[in-house]
Write a protein that binds this ligand. Structure first.
Ligand code: S6P
Ligand code: ZN
Length: 196
């Protein structure tokens, strides 16, 4: 097997200021790409009218496909808010629902919003430097930067996990993470008051 892995995939070097890994393709999500993600639509449209900043970037490393193999992504989620809601990733299920994932926090401070597909139960768990988060299978996951610095992390997942953005795209997450008096606070989207 070792001879089937490209040597450049056996060890990579990266920084903490961007998600770039060499010349690998970098997925960049700007504010315009996140239409429908934020709860405060007027705040989103007003922000977009001003600028279209980079919100996050990810490089995926996919050394091999097939049973037992692993892929991983290096993500950098930049700080900021839209209205009271912190910068976030689109969020997704894995197309192969049982596939779990491990997130390793490298820099910055934030959280992961987890939502069980069957029960709708939500958990907000810390993701920061020196923090490891386990995302079980069958769980939608979204990364949130609640700090003032870029949140840098690795997400390591089975090679056959795949991404399913459709469910989150249609229904979004049930809960929203907003700044309330300087503290990240989990609020039910259905009862969210945008102007406290
Ligand atoms: C992949 C893993 C991460 C995300 C990245 C961006 O399974 O969870 O690499 O792809 O955090 O989030 P999203 O929701 O835009 O893919
Ligand atoms: Zn994932």
């Amino acid at each position: 097997m070792l001879n089937l892995i490209h040597p450049s995939d056996l060890s990579v070097t990266h920084g903490l200021d961007s998600a770039r890994i060499g010349t690998r393709p970098l997925v960049q999500r700007r504010l315009a790409d996140l239409r429908g993600c934020f709860a405060d639509v007027p705040a989103y449209e007003a922000a977009l009218a001003r600028d279209n900043p980079l919100i996050y970037a990810v490089t995926a490393v996919e050394p091999a496909a097939g049973d037992g193999q692993l892929h991983y992504g290096l993500g950098v989620l930049y700080p900021g808010r839209v209205g009271d809601e912190y910068h976030l990733t689109k969020g997704h299920h894995h197309a192969h629902r049982p596939a779990a994932e491990v997130y390793v926090g490298l820099a910055g401070a934030g959280a992961m919003l987890l939502e069980d597909e069957a029960t709708g139960e939500s958990r907000l768990v810390p993701l920061a430097r020196n923090t490891v988060v386990y995302v079980p299978g069958h769980t939608a996951h979204r990364t949130i930067n609640t700090g003032a610095e870029p949140l840098v992390y690795l997400g390591i997942y089975p090679a056959n996990a795949g991404h399913d953005y459709a469910v989150v795209g249609q229904r979004n997450f049930r809960q929203v993470v907003v700044d309330r008096g300087g503290l990240p606070t989990l609020v039910e989207r259905a009862v969210l008051s945008l102007r406290p």
